[in-house]
Design a protein around this ligand. Structure first.
Ligand SMILES: [Zn+2]
Length: 156
């Protein structure tokens, strides 16, 4: 998987011809900044900007990103129709709050809270939903001190 800055990517990797408008570009840029700001002082995306394109070797592409520090990770993903299965004809967005595994045998990460929205029929709707889920993450970051997420881990 290749990770590419939003500004350096080709929207045609995931947006059908004619659907990537200036409004969508602006919304993604705002969402990226907003995600980066959810955890001040932490890391944001592999490109350090928040959101980025993730391009698979088979040409499939999604917009994903994260903000994290040593205590908690906030991740989001926006997938176009057909990303996981050719039968999916709608856009999907999910957001997740997770902590690093603290088991003796490391299983990766533990999801503490998540949201998923499926059945989105247009790129405009999908990008607006991504903005809403990032807003949800920002709200949860404001409500819950970073050190408290570990205590809320259901697999703890
Ligand atoms: Zn675990």
């Amino acid at each position: 998987m290749e990770t590419i800055r939003l500004a350096d990517g080709d929207p045609a990797w995931m947006f059908p011809p004619g659907t990537f408008t200036a409004d969508i570009a602006a919304s993604l840029a705002t969402s990226s900044r907003r995600l980066r700001a959810t955890l001040p002082g932490g890391r944001a995306g592999l490109c350090h900007e928040g959101l980025e394109y993730s391009l698979l070797p088979d040409g499939k592409c999604c917009v994903s990103g994260f903000a994290e520090n040593d205590l908690v990770s906030f991740t989001v993903e926006l997938r176009p129709p057909g990303y996981y299965s050719a039968e999916t004809s709608t856009w999907e967005v999910d957001a997740e709050i997770s902590v690093r595994c603290d088991h003796n045998v490391d299983c990766g990460t533990h999801t503490v809270e998540c949201r998923e929205v499926t059945g989105l029929t247009s790129p405009d709707q999908a990008v607006a939903t991504l903005a809403q889920l990032i807003e949800w993450l920002a709200q949860r970051a404001a409500e819950v001190p970073a050190e408290q997420w570990r205590e809320m881990d259901p697999e703890r």
